[in-house]
Unconditional design. Structure first.
Length: 84
């Protein structure tokens, strides 16, 4: 995948979520569904914080769009419109 202004390797975000991921695995073990959800949410939150975006606003927009069947917001920088 090639996108302008997006580094191919996201080491900064990976480092940002490492403590939370370690905590998740030591707290919840290997519960598959819960682990996948938590890992994805941690990645989204870290990415949005790194981009200095409002996390609650993004999550709210994503939930509203999903429930209404409209295009969901995108995590890519400067492409905040939509992705479906």
């Amino acid at each position: 995948m090639t996108t302008v202004d997006v580094e191919p390797i996201n080491h900064a975000v990976e480092r940002a979520i490492r403590p939370a991921v370690i905590c998740q695995f030591t707290s919840f073990g290997s519960q598959k569904a819960g682990s996948v959800f938590v890992a994805r949410m941690l990645t989204v939150v870290a990415t949005l914080k790194f981009q200095k975006c409002n996390v609650l606003e993004f999550i709210t927009q994503a939930v509203v769009a999903t429930r209404s069947g409209t295009a969901t917001p995108c995590l890519l920088p400067k492409v905040r419109s939509s992705r479906h």
